[in-house]
Design a binder for this molecule. Structure first.
Ligand SMILES: Nc1ncnc2c1ncn2[C@@H]1O[C@H](COP(=O)(O)OP(=O)(O)OP(=O)(O)O)[C@@H](O)[C@H]1O
Ligand SMILES: [Mg+2]
Length: 234
């Protein structure tokens, strides 16, 4: 089953008279259970592509189906609903709420979904257990290491059982050992729970954890590698 099907997706930004094609005719299909890394030089459109996949941003043209739902036809309310239901986001800077403990941070997407009290707490505890942080549930972000904070963010991304986890440079703020530990966790979530993961990274060693590497240059897919094997220009 395809989680993501993009056909001829383009994204144009306009600032005054200037037009910039951040994405050009992207054709991409991502199947349930894949682990994908997106690479490319700064400004090549990686974050733009991830934001379009995550329905944070709309394409200018083309068609995009997320878990069978046609995204272009949706209004803002429908888009936030689809984000909440189908997408788990992980950011470079963790984006945790500083005044809430780990458990409360993980509960946030479930609050938006209207899941109440005990069930919400249980689901959040389970998500924290999956990332190895059950013992740190009551800690505030400031009482956790960078790697632990990113694990809380991953638990928050997981808790609603999304169709795909999207991570924009998830190891960018971490030292290499901690970064590799986060990649081991992604690998475990991908292999054991069949989570679909799409991550953006600058580092080849981090990208190598993905089973498919999509390389962008200047808003276009330049090539796609399968476990380091060249598939050819797309
Ligand atoms: N909101 C915006 N308005 C106008 N132009 C934008 C906007 N967001 C991104 N761009 C432009 O689109 C292009 C792609 O940007 P994007 O952020 O996707 O690059 P990136 O590959 O993620 O780069 P980096 O590795 O530096 O994060 C860049 O030229 C950028 O300047
Ligand atoms: Mg970026």
């Amino acid at each position: 089953m395809s989680v993501i099907v993009m056909k001829d997706i383009s994204k144009e930004y306009r600032i005054g008279q200037i037009r910039l094609n951040a994405l050009k005719n992207i054709n991409l299909e991502i199947i349930n259970g894949e682990f994908i890394s997106i690479m490319g030089p700064s400004g090549s459109g990686k974050s733009t592509l991830l934001n379009v996949i995550g329905c944070l941003d709309k394409s200018s043209s083309g068609t995009y189906f997320l878990d069978g739902n046609s995204v272009e036809t949706m209004n803002d309310n429908q888009l936030s609903e689809i984000r909440n239901r189908f997408i788990g986001f992980v950011f470079q800077s963790f984006n945790l709420l500083g005044e809430l403990n780990a458990l409360r941070n993980v509960e946030i997407p479930l609050i938006y979904r209207g899941i109440r009290g005990k069930i919400r707490r249980e689901m959040s505890e389970q998500a924290l257990e999956k990332v190895g942080l059950k013992e740190r549930m009551k800690h505030l972000p400031s009482q956790l290491s960078g790697g632990q904070q990113q694990r809380v963010a991953i638990a928050r991304a997981l808790v609603g059982n999304p169709s795909v986890i999207l991570a924009d440079e998830p190891t960018g703020a971490l030292d290499s050992t901690t970064g590799n530990n986060i990649m081991d966790l992604f690998t475990q979530l991908n292999e054991d729970l069949n989570m679909t993961i799409v991550q953006v990274t600058h580092e080849e060693s981090i990208a190598a954890y993905g089973k498919r590497i999509i390389r962008l240059i200047d808003g276009e897919i330049n090539k796609i590698d399968f476990n380091g094997v060249l598939e050819g220009k797309k």
